[in-house]
Ligand binder design. Structure first.
Ligand code: CA
Length: 229
C-alpha cells in the first residue's frame, strides 16, 4: 500500500481512478488544480504523485519543477499525447516514469509499485557527508567528528536540505517552503532563529562560521570548512 496524490482536473478520469486505486489498497488524495496539488504534496508528503500535465492553472512541467525544487517525492506523469519530445522532457525534468492516456488503473498500479520499489532500493543509505558532518535522513541522526549532535526536527530538516545542496546558496524562501511547508509568506526570522540554534549545536557562530555561511541578501550555504576534508 502506498500514499498517493492524484493531480488531475478531469473528473471523468479522476473519480474512477481514485476508486480503482483504493480498491488496490492505496490511500489516495486528489486535487483538480496544480497549486492545490503542490500544497497537498508539501503538507501530506505522499509516497508518490500522479501528475496530469494538462492542468487548468499551471503547466504540468512547471508543477514538476516546483515539486522537484522542494521534495524528492516520486512522480509519475500522465501525458495526453504519445510525443517523444514531451516524454523525454518530463523525464529530464525529474519525473520517475510516465503513462500515456488513456491508461488503466492496473497499468498505473504496476508503474506505482515499480517506481516505489526502485525508491526503496535507493533509500538504503542516503547518508550525506559534508566534511566531518554526517547526515542520515533514514535515522535522522547527525554526527560531527563522529559525535552525535542532538537536533530538533526542524533543525534536522534544515541541515539536511542544506546538505542536499552543499556548496550552493539556498534562499530563505526555499528553506521556508522545503522545511516549514510555507510556499508563500512566512518570515525570514523563522529561518534566522533556527539557523542560530543550529550553529550553536554545531559549535560555531555567525561571527566565526565553519559549515554554515550566511550570504547576505541571498540565503545560506552549507560547505566544508576551509582547511578540512
Ligand atoms: Ca487535464
Amino acid at each position: 500500500m502506498a500514499r498517493l496524490l492524484l493531480i488531475e482536473d478531469d473528473v471523468a478520469i479522476r473519480t474512477p481512478l481514485i476508486r480503482a486505486l483504493r480498491e488496490r489498497g492505496h490511500a489516495v488524495a486528489s486535487s483538480s488544480t496544480a497549486m492545490e496539488g503542490v500544497q497537498i504534496a508539501l503538507n501530506d508528503r505522499p509516497d508518490l504523485v500522479v501528475l496530469d500535465l494538462g492542468l487548468p492553472d499551471l503547466d504540468g512541467r512547471e508543477v514538476l519543477r516546483m515539486l522537484r525544487a522542494v521534495s524528492a517525492v516520486a512522480v509519475i506523469v500522465a501525458t495526453a499525447v504519445d510525443d517523444e519530445t514531451e516524454i523525454v522532457g518530463v523525464l529530464d525534468a525529474g519525473a520517475d516514469d510516465y503513462l500515456v492516456k488513456p491508461y488503466s488503473a492496473g497499468q498505473l498500479d504496476a508503474r506505482v509499485r515499480a517506481v516505489l520499489r526502485r525508491g526503496t532500493l535507493a533509500a538504503v543509505d542516503q547518508t550525506i557527508v559534508v566534511g566531518q558532518l554526517r547526515i542520515d535522513p533514514g535515522t535522522r541522526e547527525v554526527r560531527l567528528n563522529d559525535t552525535l549532535v542532538e537536533l530538533a526536527p526542524r533543525e534536522f530538516d534544515m541541515l539536511h536540505h542544506l546538505a542536499t545542496r552543499a556548496g550552493q546558496v539556498v534562499t530563505k524562501r526555499e528553506l521556508l517552503t522545503a522545511v516549514w511547508r510555507i510556499p508563500h509568506g512566512g518570515s525570514d526570522k523563522t529561518v534566522d532563529v533556527h539557523l542560530s540554534w543550529l550553529r550553536r549545536k554545531l559549535g560555531e557562530s555567525a561571527m566565526e562560521p565553519r559549515y554554515l555561511h550566511t550570504v547576505r541578501g541571498v540565503g545560506v550555504r552549507l560547505s566544508v570548512p576551509a582547511g578540512s576534508w
